[in-house]
Write a protein that binds this ligand. Structure first.
Ligand SMILES: NC(=O)c1ccc[n+]([C@@H]2O[C@H](COP(=O)([O-])OP(=O)(O)OC[C@H]3O[C@@H](n4cnc5c(N)ncnc54)[C@H](OP(=O)(O)O)[C@@H]3O)[C@@H](O)[C@H]2O)c1
Length: 171
């Protein structure tokens, strides 16, 4: 497991976390903020995202915490988030890197193939898979040019067993 620890003597890292308003994303954001890193956070609900940003800013004043809401279930949401991140990190300095990208935003909507409403599986795939894919596509070219950065995709055991579960649950 990779450590989130960063010596305070080191340059702060630019860290992008999706789904950072609560749960695992917020917990990871707090660990990076504790290290004085620069955080670029997102989620779809503006109120809870900005509340998290304010909490982290007041608890860890050495960290830079920026946040902007984007809905990853919408086609342009992840791409717009990527462009916002490039713009914001570019303001820090000309050679600012994407050090850590954590594709964490996700939902689990329980259901089965025969009982769930039309579009549930598509919605899950849109957020959990395409959201991460589209954001990574915007940020990866810069990371490759810089030859720097780490990408973490937070998944679930459900991604391995979801189809089987949805098909077989009522047999
Ligand atoms: N907790 C577990 O036991 C567990 C187990 C396996 C996998 N995971 C995975 O770990 C990740 C985090 O889980 P968690 O339990 O911390 O989830 P959580 O508490 O429900 O938080 C999910 C985060 O994703 C954001 N999000 C949801 N839909 C979004 C959308 N359409 N666009 C942008 N952001 C969206 C939420 O904010 P908004 O509601 O404001 O959008 C929230 O910040 C997820 O990918 C989940 O699948 C969790």
């Amino acid at each position: 497991m990779m450590s989130f620890q960063n010596s305070s003597a080191e340059t702060p890292r630019n860290v992008i976390i999706t789904g950072a308003s609560r749960g695992l994303g917020k917990a990871m954001a707090a660990r990076f903020a504790q290290n004085g890193d620069r955080l670029f956070l997102s989620a779809s609900n503006a109120a809870s995202l900005y509340k998290t940003m304010e909490e982290l800013t007041s608890q860890y004043p050495a960290a830079l915490v920026k946040a902007k809401p984007f809905d990853l279930s919408e086609k342009g949401g992840a791409e717009d988030l990527g462009h916002w991140v490039l713009e914001e990190t570019g303001k820090i300095n000309r050679v600012s890197r994407i050090d850590v990208l954590i594709n964490n935003a996700g939902q689990f909507l329980p259901g089965t193939i025969v009982s769930e409403e039309t579009g549930v599986l598509e919605k899950l795939i849109e957020i959990n898979l395409y959201g991460a894919y589209r954001l990574t596509r915007v940020l990866l070219p810069k990371m490759m040019r810089d030859r720097a950065g780490h990408i973490f995709n937070i998944c679930s055991i459900a991604s391995a067993s979801l189809c089987q579960w949805r098909f077989l649950q009522h047999q």
